[in-house]
Design a protein around this ligand. Structure first.
Ligand code: ZN
Length: 434
């Protein structure tokens, strides 16, 4: 800070004789301003804490592994910050640097009233993509148990939607950063969606994975804002969640873009990945999916995937064209994943209807819950289903019921009362390759 101050003084007051010393600067900073440096909770990484607390012998034994962890963490952060700096200069409209992540599941209804502690609620998903150069946040929001799930098809589709929006505005090159979640981000489905997007739009896409334990990124900042904004509110419907998310930013002129996800937006990238070779690289070695730290695709060479295991390694090439009937990536038309509303579990449906029957959910919102499709049978999974932790008590403010403003997204179709018996899938069920 003091060094920055010296630079600033040199630039703005080159003839000023009275320049504060480090000591004076510290005194003023600490005593006259009510500010401090924010330390992210997520900076406390398990690996780092474990190493710090281990004995000298243990440290010696794990030193190599720990050094690699720190190196990868630093490399990824340096690359992310460098990319952000380039993107923020806005010298090019062609480069998009973006971070993405799912927010931890939101619930609906959300209230601090005690009746809502003990019964099941509807899950609401929010997948956030932050264009860090343009400071633009896009949230893809849906009530996940009825509209879509949280797997590679869903993530690949939201990224595809984002890429196409940016291509319309002139983007040619994408650099994405995310965590390593195999079910969401690091999998063949997402790579298949990138291969298609690159070929179709003639763009290049680089995706880097932040080091485990040090994955805090701009999407998490957006999630903190949403959490803070929604904390005192009572929220009865997903529509109200869309409004809260759209208005979570302090700047009124720069609201979060909320895309109200419907099933027509979600495509089957797993199906495309099955039509490609994403198993063996050109040296005949298996692609080590869990270890990847970077993937790269280029529309000018549509059937080539390049990957790295360490960010400073040379790239390894994978020819994705399958022998026999190679798929045309550019013209490929992905199938829709969902053709009818998904069903929520029978017990969850009963709990939601209980809230309605007892007017814990106001009458004007009850039709939505009653119209949700429910599974026809109680599944084994429901029996031990845990409730959400108790929220912190506090004064609740009720939202005015109104429809969400969707900035460019499509309106969610309410699910019809058809009972397809689709099994629920939680995050933990997602395999690496789904
Ligand atoms: Zn660490």
């Amino acid at each position: 800070m003091h060094a920055l101050y010296l630079d600033w003084m040199k630039e703005n007051h080159p003839n000023e004789q009275k320049i504060a010393s480090y000591r004076q600067y510290c005194d003023v900073f600490n005593s006259e301003y009510n500010i401090s440096f924010f330390v992210h909770k997520k900076d406390l990484c398990d690996e780092c804490v474990k190493y710090e607390n281990s004995s000298v012998e243990e440290k010696l034994r794990t030193q190599q592994e720990y050094d690699a962890h720190r190196k990868n963490k630093d490399l990824a952060q340096v690359m992310k910050e460098a990319d952000k700096a380039v993107a923020r200069k806005k010298t090019s409209t062609e480069l998009v640097v973006a971070c993405f992540d799912y927010e931890k599941s939101l619930i609906c209804p959300k209230s601090n009233a005690s009746i809502f502690y003990y019964r099941r609620k509807l899950g609401v998903s929010n997948f956030t993509i932050v264009d860090v150069g343009r400071n633009e946040d896009s949230c893809y929001v849906y009530y996940d148990e009825s509209i879509a799930r949280k797997g590679s098809n869903d993530v690949g589709s939201f990224l595809q939607h984002f890429i196409e929006r940016k291509v319309e505005a002139g983007a040619k090159e994408f650099r994405f950063y995310s965590d390593n979640c195999g079910g969401h981000n690091k999998n063949r489905g997402v790579v298949a969606s990138f291969l298609h997007a690159a070929a179709k739009n003639d763009v290049v896409i680089r995706h880097r994975f932040l080091e485990k334990g040090h994955t805090y990124n701009s999407a998490d900042n957006v999630h903190s804002l949403i959490e803070r904004k929604s904390k005192p509110l009572t929220i009865y419907t997903p529509d109200q969640w869309y409004d809260v998310i759209a208005n979570a930013k302090r700047s009124v002129s720069d609201p979060i873009k909320v895309f109200n996800v419907d099933q027509s937006m979600v495509f089957d990238w797993k199906d495309l990945s099955d039509k490609l070779n994403l198993v063996k690289d050109n040296n005949g070695n298996a692609v080590p999916w869990t270890k990847l730290r970077e993937t790269f695709v280029d529309g000018r060479s549509p059937h080539t995937l390049k990957y790295k295991i360490n960010l400073d390694d040379p790239e390894v090439t994978v020819s994705t064209r399958k022998v026999g009937r190679p798929v045309n990536l550019k013209d490929f038309e992905p199938k829709k994943v969902y053709d009818k509303p998904l069903s929520i579990t029978k017990l969850k449906y009963q709990d939601l209807v209980y809230y309605c029957d007892h007017n814990f959910i106001p009458p004007e919102h009850q039709a939505f819950y009653r119209s949700l499709a429910q599974a026809t049978e109680v599944t084994g999974k429901e029996v031990g289903e845990a409730d959400e932790p108790e929220p912190v008590a506090g004064r609740a403010r009720r939202l005015k019921p109104r429809r969400a403003t969707s900035s460019g997204g499509r309106k969610t179709k309410r699910p019809k009362r058809t009972p397809p018996n689709v099994e629920e899938e939680s995050d933990s069920d997602l395999s690496l390759f789904d």
